[in-house]
Design a protein around this ligand. Structure first.
Ligand code: 5AD
Ligand code: SF4
Length: 442
């Protein structure tokens, strides 16, 4: 066991990575390490990387450069790097050759080996590269060191089978593998017993949960089972692939009291030509029909989405169709991305790439319209009562407390330590595009 040793983990990318980092933290704690926020005090620094867009990779290389100085000051420091970027040959080679201060490289399929690998490095002081090409079944259940006391992530399905033509995820995360229902329910029960009030079920496509299992199990059934876990108050999930968003799931959201009314349903583009070339498996009309059905059956539901602008061959006309769709559907929130060619994906090989300035201009136009819609939608909540799960002080100001509404909107209230971890009724006083401000209603 390592006495008084400290670790620091830097995470890039999505919730799945953040959850993997919680598992890495859990494993390091079981080796006797404690977390430190100060890099200069750390005996181990781990980077959990993302490769979804080029920007994400640039940030990682920048950080690696900075870490060299820490290694110079403390030669015993162990620097490890894992995550999606390490499933690709090029960055691994580059890091191995040019970043000699990195001691450990590990992949997404073998994070469970990290404790063992670290112990090996502590003993031999030799660099280790351990990246499995293929998933060997599921990553085993690992202890995790949660960020939040009241809110926890549960991974329900790993990998993705979709191969959208722009996306690197299926190459770095492998094929879909669902966790057994029992393991998920047990984890939820254990978390609830520890005081967790809200769980978020994670998967690249939660709607294909169960497809690869022998038993006849699907996502709505999983929700039904989790809804029975008594001490839990809220169940969230992401991400839903529009093609697989079923009526049965909508009914589960409507009828199961704990399932929160927020649906993240990435559309990517409003143009049928582009959707087809992205290999998304649905058309604009199908998506609109799905959203209208959600709005009709669960009017209080918030719908968020993702857009990619500047996919190869996207014409002005295609982009206008995206803008029209945004205006028609009025999402509560949208994450907007500039298309970033990922080596090895079909779209990156295309010759009709869009110029950077055009992409930026489209992004700005889209964001401007969406921000206005988000603002207007939030304004409509003023004067209404919402239930938030109060999680504690906000990052920026210790005097301000925050929580999320069932529809996943961040809401600030004045400091109330006595209510942390509770579902609190608040009246909304004011609203911006991304946040609400409210007063507790006793
Ligand atoms: N370029 C830009 N955005 C991408 N996304 C996935 N791959 C790319 C890419 N190559 C976006 C999609 C997805 C979100 C998680 O990231 O919108 O839904
Ligand atoms: Fe990538 Fe498409 Fe899978 Fe989402 S569904 S992870 S965008 S391949």
């Amino acid at each position: 066991m390592s006495k008084n040793k400290k670790y620091h983990i830097i995470t890039y990318g999505c919730q799945m990575n953040e959850h993997d980092s919680e598992k890495l933290a859990g494993m390091l704690e079981s080796l006797g390490y404690n977390n430190t926020e100060q890099l200069e005090n750390a005996d181990i620094i781990l980077l959990n990387t993302c490769t979804i867009r080029e920007n994400a990779e640039l940030k990682v290389f920048g950080k690696l450069g900075q870490l060299k100085e820490y290694k110079r000051k403390n030669p015993d420091l162990i620097i490890g790097i894992g995550g999606c970027m390490m499933q690709l040959e090029e960055p691994v080679e580059e890091i191995y050759k040019k970043y000699r201060h990195v001691d450990l490289i590990f992949g997404t399929h073998n994070i469970h080996q990290v404790p063992e690998l670290i112990q090996k490095i502590e003993k031999n002081r030799k660099r280790v590269v351990e990246v499995w090409d293929q998933e060997e079944g599921l990553i085993p259940d690992l202890p995790s060191q949660r960020e939040s006391e009241y809110s926890a992530w549960i991974s329900i399905i790993q990998g993705c089978n979709n191969f959208c033509t722009y996306c690197i995820v299926p190459y770095v995360r492998g094929r879909e593998r669902s966790r057994p229902l029992e393991a998920i329910v047990n984890e939820a029960e254990k978390l609830a017993a520890e005081g967790v009030k809200e769980i978020t079920l994670l998967g690249q496509n939660v709607n294909s949960y169960g497809n690869d299992l022998e038993e006849k199990i699907d996502f709505p059934l999983l929700l039904e089972e989790l809804n029975k876990v008594e001490a839990l108050k809220r169940i969230r999930f992401m991400t839903s692939h529009p093609r697989d968003f079923s009526h049965k799931l909508l009914m589960a959201i409507k009828n199961l009291t704990k399932v929160a009314e927020h649906i993240h349903l990435p559309i990517q583009s409003g143009s049928n030509k582009i959707l087809k070339e992205m290999n998304r498996g649905y058309c604009r009309e199908y998506y609109i029909k799905t959203v209208k059905e959600i709005q009709n059956k669960v009017p209080e539901a918030a719908i968020s989405t993702d857009f990619i602008v500047g996919f190869p061959g996207e014409s002005d006309e295609d982009f206008e169709q995206t803008l029209d769709l945004v205006k028609e559907l009025r999402f509560d929130m949208a994450y907007t991305f500039i298309y970033s060619p990922r080596s090895g994906t079909p779209a990156a090989r295309r010759e009709d790439q869009i110029a950077e300035e055009v992409k930026k201009e489209r992004l700005n136009r889209l964001m401007e319209i969406q921000n206005k819609i988000s603002y207007e939608k939030n304004q409509k909540l003023i004067g209404k009562t919402q239930k938030i799960l109060l999680t504690g002080p906000s990052n920026r100001d210790q005097e301000v407390y925050e929580g999320r509404t069932r529809s996943n909107k961040i809401c600030f209230i004045d400091k109330r330590p006595d209510l942390i971890g509770e579902i609190v009724k608040v009246k909304i006083d004011s609203a911006k595009s991304w946040t609400l401000q409210g007063t507790v209603v006793e």
